[in-house]
Write a protein that binds this ligand. Structure first.
Ligand code: SAM
Length: 488
């Protein structure tokens, strides 16, 4: 990989400066504005942010942009620098924690590893392939407004502002949101603004692929309506988007979910397919992926190619023998595999891929995706990784060639997953992909690297972080993906 390398050297002085200057960029709330100087105390900081976001001189649109895309006023280079610094601070804290945690290799002074320069997103604007728009009272008081919330619930000044000006939003998503707003404004049913206060129309999620195919999912609270009554409104929705004014959106697929809770899985309340194709498809690194209504897929396709290429190279470095790339063999465990993207894109380099994923539909997609790409060496197991992985580990002996990649949700991995990985001696290489490394993932990093602890049943040798690669998946926001390689 042709990147320049920054080294994180953890001298006492740097740690002192780090602690003294500022807390992590991501602390407390991710919306800190980079051009705001952080006041001395957290209270001052919160007050200054509140004041600035509620200032009469800032338009609602700018307030929303400051919340959803807080880096939008900066050049892309400046954004990357902020993210790079934030990742370096997080990694610096990790090393500090590890040395405090009596991690032997960190005590011996091996407290530096390279942090590569952040890999930029090839697409900076309109990159989101999935957007969820809420329904609430707009700036003009209209309760049937489709957009994003801004303001504070506690201060009762929440308003819904349309997202047409947001830089990360695709034109197609904006168009579907506008049409949905027109539709619910014509509907005799009320919007569902708060769960306990009645109303029906809730948010809409829009998914698109690089070819412009579009899926919309409308969420609806049935309240006391009978199924026949709900059916009338579903039919009106289909008419609107297929032959009415909404047909300008050229939806390829329309889903409907009736739910009485904020978030419901397909298993709890099925996604009802109202119209068109049941799936959309996306291409990543020349592999084709089928995506269901509720399956996870990276929100930025172009950056996903960068991410998956990086992860693949770190999991299974491809040995170049006389100009020919060779397969290195072994097994790759893809933990929290979603629709199978990491495993499938890495499959040509290994003998076997085993993916584990909680969401049944995503597992179905992953199996389908392997078949779609004529890949025969992938298997996908549904279930919680903390339940599946400990049993799976019994299949392997310490001499097997086993690599693991984990890409959990923000809540990180269950301790049992970490323990199963640590205690399986065959795993000498582990790639951790995290979109929030400063959160629960940090706990996982420490559990991977701390000294063996029989009381916690952590008997396997400690891992050591050896390389970090930040990848920018979310331009205009402070977030990025961190790919962290651990070895032992
Ligand atoms: C950040 S996504 C990554 C998906 C996939 N690696 C990709 O790049 O498309 C995290 C995935 O972990 C799954 N997940 C969450 N908790 C899990 C658990 N306890 N066991 C297995 N999978 C889980 C989610 O359903 C989701 O698909």
């Amino acid at each position: 990989m042709a990147f320049s390398v920054r080294s994180v050297m953890f001298t006492k002085r740097k740690i002192f400066v780090f602690l003294k200057t500022t807390r992590s960029f991501f602390s407390a709330n991710n919306n800190i504005l980079p051009y705001q100087r952080k006041p001395k105390s957290n209270k001052q900081w919160r007050n200054s942010r509140k004041k600035s976001s509620l200032s009469k001189h800032v338009s609602w649109e700018d307030r929303l942009a400051d919340v959803v895309t807080p880096l939008w006023r900066l050049s892309y280079d400046e954004q990357l620098e902020i993210k790079q610094n934030a990742q370096e601070r997080i990694l610096s804290r990790l090393c500090q924690d590890l040395s405090d945690d009596l991690c032997p290799s960190f005590r011996r002074g091996k407290t530096s590893f390279p942090v590569l320069n952040i890999l930029p997103s090839p697409v900076r604007d309109g990159y989101r392939n999935k957007s969820s728009f809420s329904v609430n009272r707009g700036v003009d008081g209209n309760p049937k407004t489709v957009g994003f919330y801004t303001g504070s619930w506690r201060e009762k000044n929440v308003v819904c502002v349309n997202g047409d000006h947001l830089l990360n939003m695709s034109e197609k998503h904006k168009q579907v949101a506008r049409c949905y707003q027109d539709f619910i404004r014509m509907s005799p049913l009320e919007p569902c603004l708060l769960f306990h206060s009645g109303g029906h129309w809730r948010e809409i999620t829009v998914r698109t692929n690089t070819q412009g195919h579009t899926m919309a999912i409308v969420y609806f609270h049935p309240q006391t309506l009978a199924p026949e009554e709900v059916a009338v409104h579903k039919a009106a929705l289909v008419d609107y988007f297929t032959s009415g004014p909404g047909s300008v959106c050229q939806l390829d697929s329309l889903f409907f979910q009736e739910n009485t809770m904020t978030r419901c899985t397909h298993e709890v309340s099925p996604y009802q397919h109202l119209y068109g194709q049941p799936y959309i498809y996306e291409k990543v690194l020349d592999f084709k992926f089928r995506i269901s209504a509720d399956a996870f897929f990276q929100v930025n396709q172009a950056a996903a190619e960068v991410l998956y290429g990086t992860v693949r190279d770190l999991c299974i470095p491809n040995i170049d023998k006389g100009g020919e790339r060779t397969k290195t063999g072994g097994t790759l465990l893809d933990v929290c595999c979603g629709t199978g993207a990491i495993g499938i894109t890495t499959s040509p380099r290994v003998d076997r891929i085993i993916g584990i994923e909680l969401v049944e539909q995503a597992v179905e997609d992953a199996r389908h995706n392997a078949a779609l790409n004529n890949i025969l060496n992938c298997e996908f197991i549904p279930g919680k990784a903390e339940v599946v992985l400990p049993h799976l580990m019994n299949q392997f002996s310490s001499t097997d060639q086993l690599t693991a990649v984990v890409n959990p949700a923000r809540s990180g991995l269950h301790y049992r997953v970490i323990r199963a990985i640590r205690n399986q001696h065959a795993i000498r290489r582990l790639v951790y992909v995290s979109c929030k490394p400063e959160g629960e993932a940090m706990r996982n990093f420490r559990e991977l690297c701390c000294a063996p602890d029989p009381k916690k049943k952590l008997t396997g040798r400690a891992f050591t972080p050896t390389l970090a690669v930040p990848v920018d998946m979310f331009p205009h926001t402070p977030h990025c993906e961190l790919v962290l390689l651990f070895e032992r």
